[in-house]
Design a protein around this ligand. Structure first.
Ligand SMILES: NC(=O)c1ccc[n+]([C@@H]2O[C@H](COP(=O)([O-])OP(=O)(O)OC[C@H]3O[C@@H](n4cnc5c(N)ncnc54)[C@H](OP(=O)(O)O)[C@@H]3O)[C@@H](O)[C@H]2O)c1
Length: 340
C-alpha cells in the first residue's frame, strides 16, 4: 500500500504561523475513477498568499478549513489515469496541496485548473516561477494595470522575489528604466548585475526615501507594490502625474497582529491624478497561454532569467520552509521539491 503523507491546517495562526498550526497525517493512496487522475507531487509552490488563506474571513478565495490539507500550487506527474487528456507519465500543473499524492476526480478536473505543462519550455521549478503563477502575476499586473511605456520609470518592491524578478525584467524589455527595492546587498547586486535593473535600493540598510531621490530624480511613473506598509507610503511621495500603482501584495502586513497599515499619503493620488489598482492573478487564467508563450520566448532567447530557491525535502519541511518568505531568507521563487 502506498501512503500519502499530508500537511493539514490544525489551527489558525496569530502572527507568524508556528508548528502548532500544522498536523501531519497519513492516508492510503486511492486509485482514480473513470475520468479521474492520480498525480504524484514533484514540487510545491510556497507563496506569501498561503498566509492569507490560513485566516478566517472573506477574501478573493475561501480560507483553508481547519483540518483540510493545506492548499498549494505545484507540479506533479500523472501516475494513474482514467482520463485520455492526462496520460500516465505526463507533467501537470495544478493545486495538489501539501501532500505527496493528489487524486483529482473527474468532476474536479476543470475546477482544479489541472493543465499539462511542456517541459521543453522550462524546468519544473521555472514552471512554478516565470512560467507559473508568479510570472503570470508579474506579466498581467504590469501589462494590464501598469501599462508601461518606453522611457517611463518603474519601481518594484520585493525585487529579487518571484513576482519582482519578472516585473523588473519585463519592464526593461518594454523599454522602462527600472529601480528595484530589496532586502540586503546580495539581492540588490543580483538584480542590477544579473537581471539588468538600473538600480536597486536596499531597504534594510538604507533609506528608501533617499534612494528614490537619487535613482528616480524625475519621479515614478509605475510602482509595482509587493510589500505595502512604509515602503508604499514613501513611494507615494515620489510619484509623477498620471502614475499607476499596481497593488499586487503587502507582505509586510500579512503577519500583523494589529490592523493593516493603510497608506497615509494617499492624497498624492489626487494631487498627481494617479491611480492605484489591485490585481488578482486568477482573473487572467483564460489568458495564461499568451503570457507563457511570450515569456518562454524571452527565456529561450536569454533575455529573461528565472531564479528559484529550491529546498529539497519532504512535506515535513513545509512549515519551516514557508517561514523563509517572511524573513526574506528565500532568494528567488521558493519551491519545495518532494520528488525528482
Ligand atoms: N495579487 C496576486 O494575484 C498575487 C499573486 C502572487 C503573489 N502576490 C504577492 O506578491 C508579493 C510577492 O510574492 P512572491 O511570491 O514574489 O514572494 P517573494 O518576493 O519571492 O518572497 C517574499 C519576499 O518578500 C520580502 N519581504 C518579507 N517581509 C517583508 C517586509 N516586512 N517588508 C518588505 N519586504 C518583505 C522578502 O524579500 P526581501 O529580502 O527583499 O525583504 C521575501 O523574500 C507578495 O505580497 C504576494 O502576496 C500577489
Amino acid at each position: 500500500m502506498t501512503v500519502n503523507r499530508q500537511i493539514r491546517l490544525a489551527q489558525r495562526p496569530v502572527g507568524l504561523p508556528g508548528p502548532e498550526c500544522w498536523q501531519l497525517t497519513e492516508e492510503p493512496v486511492v486509485q482514480p475513477d473513470e475520468g479521474g487522475v492520480l498525480m504524484q507531487t514533484l514540487a510545491i509552490s510556497l507563496d506569501p498568499a498561503m498566509r492569507g488563506w490560513m485566516n478566517e474571513g472573506k477574501s478573493y478565495i475561501p480560507p483553508v478549513e481547519i483540518g483540510a490539507v493545506m492548499r498549494a500550487g505545484g507540479i506533479g506527474r500523472v501516475i494513474a489515469s482514467k482520463n485520455p487528456a492526462f496520460p500516465e507519465g505526463c507533467l501537470v500543473t495544478g493545486g495538489p496541496g501539501v501532500q505527496d499524492y493528489c487524486l483529482v476526480p473527474a468532476d474536479q478536473i476543470k475546477r482544479s485548473g489541472l493543465a499539462r505543462i511542456d517541459p521543453r519550455l522550462g524546468s519544473v521549478s521555472q514552471w512554478l516561477n516565470v512560467l507559473g503563477m508568479p510570472g503570470m502575476t508579474g506579466y498581467f499586473g504590469l501589462m494590464d494595470v501598469g501599462q508601461p511605456q518606453a522611457g517611463e520609470t518603474l519601481v518594484v518592491s520585493g525585487a529579487a522575489g518571484a513576482v519582482g524578478q519578472t516585473v523588473g525584467q519585463l519592464a526593461k524589455i518594454k523599454g522602462c528604466r527600472v529601480v528595484g527595492i530589496a532586502g540586503g546587498a546580495a539581492k540588490c547586486e543580483w538584480v542590477v548585475k544579473e537581471l539588468g535593473f538600473d538600480a536597486c535600493i536596499d531597504y534594510k540598510t538604507g533609506s528608501v526615501r533617499d534612494g528614490l531621490k537619487q535613482h528616480c530624480p524625475d519621479g515614478i511613473d509605475i510602482y509595482f507594490d509587493n510589500v505595502g506598509g512604509e515602503i508604499l507610503d514613501t513611494v507615494l511621495t515620489r510619484i509623477k502625474r498620471k502614475a499607476r500603482i499596481v497593488i499586487c501584495g503587502a507582505i509586510s502586513q500579512y503577519n500583523n497582529t494589529t490592523a493593516v497599515q493603510g497608506p497615509k499619503n494617499y492624497l498624492s493620488l489626487l494631487v498627481n491624478r494617479a491611480r492605484m489598482e489591485g490585481i488578482v492573478v486568477f482573473d487572467y487564467a483564460p489568458r495564461y497561454g499568451e503570457a507563457i508563450a511570450e515569456m518562454a520566448g524571452y527565456l529561450r532567447e536569454g533575455r529573461m532569467k528565472s531564479k528559484e530557491d529550491v529546498v529539497r525535502g519532504s512535506v515535513d519541511d513545509f512549515p519551516a520552509t514557508l517561514l523563509k518568505l517572511f524573513n526574506g531568507e528565500n532568494f528567488g521563487k521558493l519551491v519545495l521539491q518532494l520528488a525528482d
